[in-house]
Ligand binder design. Structure first.
Ligand code: NDP
Length: 288
């Protein structure tokens, strides 16, 4: 039986990996990209190049978008809205929940169905086990195309609200970028002390495996309980001060841990010194 044909628009590193995964699994793929030459290798592997965007949209019901952001989607699709009726746009470009909700309305206004996607893995993991993408939007359209979309990554459907997949994605990125930056910061301090990234790797892997702490504190946070029976914020302040001092003593810019320290100290100033550091969630939630 012929596999479902699919159109992919946007051939950055991610779109290219997605086309490759579809081709590997025997799905006929039509491709279009603003810079047409990016399709050359994929065409050599069996993809069909659409000469115009309208042809790309007309070719298949399921259209995967892999663009830098939603502004790029309007730039691209805005020129061919007449070809949109009946299309299911699986938009795997990342942007904010509000952008996703607006896009779903915009697509519906042009007779298309928008599915929001938030891809959680880098291009080399596309088509590999263990990868995952958040989806949200019209359930019926998602269910109709789930099997084909699952060629790319596992699918994690979060509900009908088109903003939800984008929200879960942004929550993921919130953690990802701050964790990655803290790793880079510790590497800057390590390097200033003659320690390489390779030397630090086992320590870095242990330090960023926060599963025990997340599981321990999750129930307490949902219950709004922050007892200082295991850790006290006053201890946390002293600990972060040590990080700031070690950074300075190493001749490295302390901006990152200094920001962390400032947040910890705000918690102290609001009387949470004897509570757990998790009481900082109220400090973080309040706009200064
Ligand atoms: P890139 O930004 O490298 O490529 C995006 C594509 O968007 C290119 O095909 C580019 O066309 C096109 N594009 C950008 N602006 C416009 C425009 N104004 N008009 C027409 N086309 C435009 O992104 P990636 O491929 O790396 O990623 C795609 C999406 O996937 C992004 O939203 C990203 O956040 C998300 N993502 C990426 C990951 C990664 O590791 N790369 C991981 C998880 C999610 P052209 O070739 O002509 O420049």
């Amino acid at each position: 039986m012929q596999k479902q044909p699919v159109t992919v628009i946007g051939l950055g590193p991610m779109g290219q990996a997605m086309v490759g995964a579809f081709l590997d699994q025997g799905h006929p793929v039509t491709v279009w990209n603003r810079t047409a030459s990016r399709a050359d290798d994929l065409v050599a592997r069996g993809a069909a190049r659409a000469d115009t965007l309208a042809q790309a949209l007309a070719a298949n019901e399921l259209v995967v978008l892999s663009l830098t952001d939603y502004a790029a989607m309007y730039d691209v699709l805005g020129s061919a809205t007449a070809a949109l009726p009946g299309r299911v746009l699986a938009n795997l470009s990342s942007d904010t929940p509000e952008q996703a909700r607006d896009a779903a309305q915009w697509a519906a206004g042009h007779g298309a169905t928008h599915l929001t996607g938030g891809v959680l893995v880098p291009p080399p993991a596309i088509g590999k086990p263990g990868s995952s993408t958040f989806y949200s939007g019209a359930r019926e359209a998602f269910e109709a195309h789930r099997e084909t979309l699952a060629v790319l990554t596992d699918t994690d459907y979060r509900g009908e609200d088109p903003g939800l997949a984008a929200l879960f994605y942004q929550l993921n990125m919130d953690m990802f970028w701050t964790c990655m930056l803290s790793w880079l910061h510790s590497l800057a301090v390590a390097r200033a002390n003659g320690i390489t990234a390779k030397d630090l790797l086992p320590t870095a892997i242990r330090a960023t495996d926060l599963r025990y702490f997340l599981e321990f504190y999750t129930g307490r946070i949902d219950a709004d309980e922050h007892p200082g029976d295991v850790d006290r914020l006053a201890m946390g302040v002293a600990s972060v001060e040590h990080v700031v001092h070690t950074t300075r003593d190493s001749g490295v810019d302390p901006a990152l841990p200094a920001t962390v320290l400032e947040i910890f100290r705000r918690g102290l100033a609001t009387g949470h010194g004897s509570d757990s550091f998790t009481s900082l969630i109220d400090v973080l939630a309040a706009r200064p």
